[in-house]
Design a protein around this ligand. Structure first.
Ligand code: F6R
Length: 240
């Protein structure tokens, strides 16, 4: 695990966008694993600007997202389908048929988990981008999730519901469940880039980097990944 500490959010975002755009230039048919949440927004903004200037193209790119809420229609403002459209897909030349998110409204969620796991096995991520939960989650793999897990349905913890309630009118509207790539699906990526910004992530960063890998901090599994780059700002690094 290589840890890179940047001065601030902007520099963290530029470093991540640099690695992702280099991969897009190298392999025009690359498969990228994307995350939602506040952290990667700056990275997506830079990638969209680069695409607008003609420096990169997403035409042949395939994407697989980490997760989606259960029971939120994909047209809803808070769905991760909407997030990805607003923050990246509508701003670049990607073919939306090549973008994939797990379907949290599938009638049979177990079958949907199996479908998404098979999709990931057939489309290994060249790069998987991750944010970090303040409780150490990656994707929606909450503390205690098995390192061997594949796509599965999760009961969100109180801490994650609280963290995510800022994006909803009130806490009662935050879905209680999500469908997420499993930890084994994340570890299958050829390269992982984890981003974290701000002091709210400092404890999770400490556990992820300094403590022995343990299911109590899902992100700590990345210590075992052969090509993982952690890019964080000074505030997130304050306990290291
Ligand atoms: C999002 C996801 C989550 C977030 C994490 C951090 O697809 O899988 O693990 O990356 O909750 O969220 P932010 O970036 O909003 O602090």
């Amino acid at each position: 695990m290589k840890v890179i500490i940047k001065e601030n959010y902007e520099e963290m975002s530029a470093a991540a966008a640099g690695l992702i755009s280099d991969e897009i230039k190298r392999n025009k048919k690359t498969t990228l694993g994307f995350a939602t949440g506040s952290t990667p927004i700056g990275t997506y903004k830079i990638l969209a600007q680069m695409c607008k200037k003609g420096e990169i193209s997403f035409k042949g790119i395939k994407t697989v997202n980490l997760d989606e809420y259960v029971g939120l229609d994909k047209t809803s403002d808070q769905s991760y389908v909407t997030f990805m459209s607003q923050n990246l897909f509508d701003l670049v030349d990607i073919d939306k048929a090549n973008t994939n998110l797990p379907n949290g409204c599938a009638k049979n969620l177990e079958k949907e988990c199996q479908r998404y796991t098979s999709l990931l096995q057939a489309n290994k991520q060249d790069i998987q981008l991750l944010g970090l939960g303040s409780n150490g989650h990656v994707g929606f793999n909450e503390p205690g999730t098995s390192f061997d897990s594949h796509t599965h349905i999760v009961d969100l913890t109180e801490s994650t519901i609280n963290d995510n309630s800022r994006l909803f009118e009130d806490k009662s509207q935050v879905p209680k469940q999500a469908i997420t790539m499993g930890i084994a699906d994340i570890m299958n990526a050829k390269m992982v880039i984890l981003l974290a910004s701000g002091k709210a992530k400092a404890n999770a960063i400490y556990k992820m980097v300094k403590e022995p890998a343990s299911e109590s901090c899902p992100a700590s599994v990345l210590q075992n990944h052969p090509n993982c780059v952690v890019i964080i700002d000074k505030e997130a690094a304050k306990n290291l």
